[in-house]
Design a protein around this ligand. Structure first.
Ligand SMILES: N[C@@H](CCC(=O)N[C@@H](CS)C(=O)NCC(=O)O)C(=O)O
Length: 216
């Protein structure tokens, strides 16, 4: 049985949960002791980040490292294409999500509470976010998912990110539009049977989190 350290609002935690569910791997979920980054948690997971897993003697942090480990451990439901070029492109898309798109989205977390909003930051970051989404539409050719009809690791980070973008569009009136192929991709992704339950759970948790921020 795999142990997953996670917090409900973690977008990278949602990514790992989708992979576990899709592969039919049972897991026990724990909150990091004293919260992520705490000395107590760092004594277990040195990076102090969530998500992290424990599988026997293996302790592993970073969602992408966890994803690739799970894909190799349970190869019967592959989540990477077989062809080397397609694998490389799938990794490129995953990295683009984790290092280029998600950090720009994360930049808005401090803007949800009305007391800490900065209109200039919101507008400048929106131009950056739009640029990253436009780049994604050039880099990726979803058909209907990132690597074709089957759910891949490269898809799983986008689930939470699309949920957060929708929330931000709503709350901050964000002038950001998903390019048409990416909007179609987001719809296909949310409808995938291994994604839909996690998408619904994550959006509900996100709405609760936003509510606490809005009500101070
Ligand atoms: N690249 C990491 C990012 C994970 C991450 O940033 N997690 C946040 C919570 S969503 C965290 O643990 N932050 C604690 C810290 O940075 O000390 C991954 O993919 O797992």
């Amino acid at each position: 049985m795999i142990t997953l350290y996670n917090v409900p609002v973690s977008s990278y935690g949602a990514k790992v949960r989708i992979i576990l569910a899709h592969k039919g791997i049972e897991w026990t979920e724990l909150a990091p002791p004293d919260g992520y980054g705490s000395p107590a948690y760092r004594a277990v997971i040195p990076s102090g980040t969530v998500p992290a897993i424990i599988d026997g003697d293996l302790k592993l942090a970073d969602s992408e490292a966890i994803a690739e480990y799970l894909d190799e451990r349970v190869p019967s439901t592959p989540m990477m294409p077989a062809d080397p070029e397609a694998r490389a492109r799938a990794r490129e898309i995953s990295r683009f999500h984790d290092t280029r798109l998600e950090p720009v989205i994360r930049g808005y977390f401090g803007q949800v509470a009305p007391a800490t909003r900065d209109a200039d930051y919101i507008a400048t970051n929106a131009r950056l976010l739009q640029d990253r989404l436009d780049q994604l539409a050039v880099i990726a050719s979803p058909d209907p998912l990132m690597t074709g009809p089957d759910l891949a690791i490269a898809d799983c980070g986008f689930v939470a990110s699309f949920g957060i973008i929708a929330l931000l569009q709503d709350l901050l009136d964000l002038p950001v539009t998903l390019p048409e192929p990416i909007a179609a991709y987001a719809a296909a992704l949310a409808a995938h049977p291994s994604v839909a339950p996690e998408d619904a759970r994550y959006r509900a948790v996100l709405a609760q989190w936003a509510e606490t921020k809005l009500n101070g």
